[in-house]
Design a protein around this ligand. Structure first.
Ligand code: C5P
Length: 306
């Protein structure tokens, strides 16, 4: 494309066929060309007359997704140096969590936080637009479902954990934007509690950390991204969470004061990763920052696989 990006990549099991779109044309590269330097003009020697499949057909079935996407990533590493040094867009399967959770101490009262889910939904939209397959586990939010994204609504942290567990296995990338409640009432009254003019003490217990548990069972090829909403010492606290939670990348943002990220349409993220990786995104709209973050993740995943 004029912006130097290949549009998308199509691969089949065992990668016997490699096809991609560049500009408005569809190209087929026979295996004999793989790993060779191909000047841009030579691409014209390999046009394919077959119809272009729709993006929804680009993903292999879930059972073979892992094998196929990893094979393709290896090949992409090869081809990105072969084809005019262009950055490539990967088709990955990603799991995103978004929004707050609610922890009830009676049927109508709960502990929660002001997260609106906007960042997670913007990331789901951006990942889908990048050609990824997206599962979105969303706490209670009032946002429209991003087109083409599988949305799994949940309410409590326990429900979010069960749903994330069920979807984690086949995913390539996990992005935990959810503002999961850190504590929950130890007991939930079965009926609405009556007020009696007295104060109320609710005993809280810690909520198990969802991403830490997933990180303990991860495969090494899975890429885990967390978010750190901080009111002070933003980078130091985020780096601590990167290590403690076994993440590959953490996006730190400030939620202090009126400029904070909760509910805002704008965001600024400080990305911190392994080996001293540091990149700042924004301040910009959450849609723009989300697209930039998806690009960074694609780059880091491709670099790790090649
Ligand atoms: O410790 P803190 O809540 O600041 O960590 C933030 C990161 O951890 C986010 O990615 C959030 O989704 C995740 N988290 C979690 N389970 C919790 C609390 C937070 O996965 N119980």
């Amino acid at each position: 494309r004029p912006d130097g990006q290949l549009g998308w990549i199509h691969f089949r099991s065992q990668v016997r066929v490699f096809r991609f779109r560049c500009g408005c044309r569809d190209y087929f590269l026979p295996p004999a060309t793989w790993g060779r330097h191909l000047p841009p003009e030579s691409l014209n020697a390999f046009p394919t007359p077959t119809p272009i499949p729709t993006p929804s057909l680009l993903f292999p079935p879930p059972s073979s997704a892992k094998v196929s996407s990893l094979a393709a990533i290896g090949l992409i590493g090869h081809l990105s140096s072969a084809i005019c040094h262009l950055p490539l867009t990967l088709s990955l399967r990603c799991l995103i969590t978004a929004g707050p959770t609610r922890e009830f101490f009676d049927p109508v009262r709960f502990i929660s936080n002001p997260s609106t889910g906007k960042m997670g939904f913007a990331l789901a939209t951006a990942a889908k637009e990048a050609g990824w397959s997206v599962d979105l586990v969303a706490g209670p939010v009032s946002l429209p479902e991003p087109p083409g994204v599988m949305v799994y609504p949940v309410v409590t942290a326990a429900e979010m954990q069960r749903q994330a567990d069920a979807l984690f296995g086949p995913c390539d990338v996990l992005i935990m934007t959810a503002a999961v409640s850190d504590w929950r009432p130890k007991a939930t009254a079965p009926q609405k509690m009556k007020k009696d003019g007295q104060g109320l003490t609710v005993e809280l217990e810690p909520v198990p950390d969802i991403v830490t548990a997933l990180a303990e069972e991860r495969r090494t090829d899975q890429f885990l991204v967390g978010f750190a909403a901080e009111t002070e010492n933003v980078e130091a606290n985020a780096l601590d969470k990167l290590e403690r939670k076994g993440l590959d990348l953490i996006a730190a943002n400030s939620v202090a004061g009126r400029e904070g990220a909760f509910g805002s349409d704008e965001n600024k993220l400080i990305l911190l990763g392994r080996n001293g990786f540091r990149e700042v995104l924004g301040p910009a709209s959450k849609a723009v920052v989300a697209r930039q973050l998806i690009d960074v993740i694609a780059r880091l995943v491709a670099a790790r696989a090649s």
